[in-house]
Design a protein around this ligand. Sequence first.
Ligand code: ADP
Length: 396
Amino acid sequence: MNVLVLNCGSSSLKYQFINTKTEEVIAIGLCERIGIDGKHKYEAKGETIKSDAKLTDHKVAISAVIDMLLNSETGVIKSLKEIDAVGHRVVHGGEFFTKSAIVTEEVKNAIRECIDLAPLHNPANLLGIEVCEELIKGVKQVAVFDTAFHQTMPEKAFLYSIPYEMYEKHRVRRYGFHGTSHLFVSTEGAKMIGKPVEELKLITCHLGNGASICAIDGGKSVDTSMGLTPLEGLTMGTRSGDLDPAVISFIMDKEGITAKEVESMLNKKSGVLGISGVSSDFRDIEDAEAKGNKRAKIALDIFHYKVAKYIGAYASALNGVDGIIFTAGLGENGKASRLAICDYLGYLGVEADKEKNDVRGENRDFSKNGAKVKTLIVPTNEELVIARDTKKLLDK
Ligand code: ADP
């Protein structure tokens, strides 16, 4: 089956065209600055094509993707019939979805109902689905939710300590995100450890621009660091993560700004960017630290410290831990950060091997021989999970 995997953001569209039998990525690309001007990068058959054609909206962007796939020179298919299905990343599935779902009117309505919970992401995800219905007539579509994997969290982990009516009336609770990634790397990590995931207690650390940690007991998410929105939890590239909720009204009063403006500050101007004043990109911050920039060092210290605190908390939630898995941009590539985090965890039986850790972006067990807790690097592959889920559901 050939599955077109789409990840529609508010102004971007990432895509992969995957053969689910061989799991080969036939074509891959990225449309950016949709609605602003437009940039499109497409790779297939060993060639990369870049274009600056105007991408006025998502429909134009998805049309551009289809044109590339069909193009007589660069294309990989001869007719739209060769797109057997489309798999969509959908950010918020609320409490409606515990797993992926074939797109129906009912599913679309449920995604619509979750717009309040993910106002930046769900509208774009829904639009992607609707545009495909229009452009690839009759194609089967599947929605894969970032939140679904975490629906196994118990109430004690997902409820906030606020009046229960807030949950009953408005579904204010913790949902968690990056579920597809946590699921993928925990499954791969279990294979590397050589035991069924059902027999393992794992902590997965998705450390990218957005970052979250998940406690996984026997293959099920029992806690995760993101909450109602992806703002809770770790210090991230530009997001604050956890803070005293009173900070919000305090800053509103002091700065004379609205709650929405503070929220925007916490989402876009905080995290390691806000602390360092240098960048949201960990590579820039590492470079600045190496040149003696004190605030860059503090930003990195805070980040490592917070990850380590969460790992400690989740080792308690799980009552033990067999493996800690690092993934996403920084988790896969940030050698120094992995070691700095592991340095806090000796008491758990974590012992990182510096030489084995000296690697970027490949599957690797970097624990010392005989270490009680395995430390693993597992590159994430959310697109592959989406393609696999799409095939699995449509095969049924
Ligand atoms: P997202 O998908 O959330 O945008 P990614 O998973 O692509 O994020 O991760 C991006 C982050 O990974 C960036 O902050 C980047 O600096 C960091 N990163 C990527 N490569 C490296 C590297 N070699 N060393 C340190 N950090 C890296």
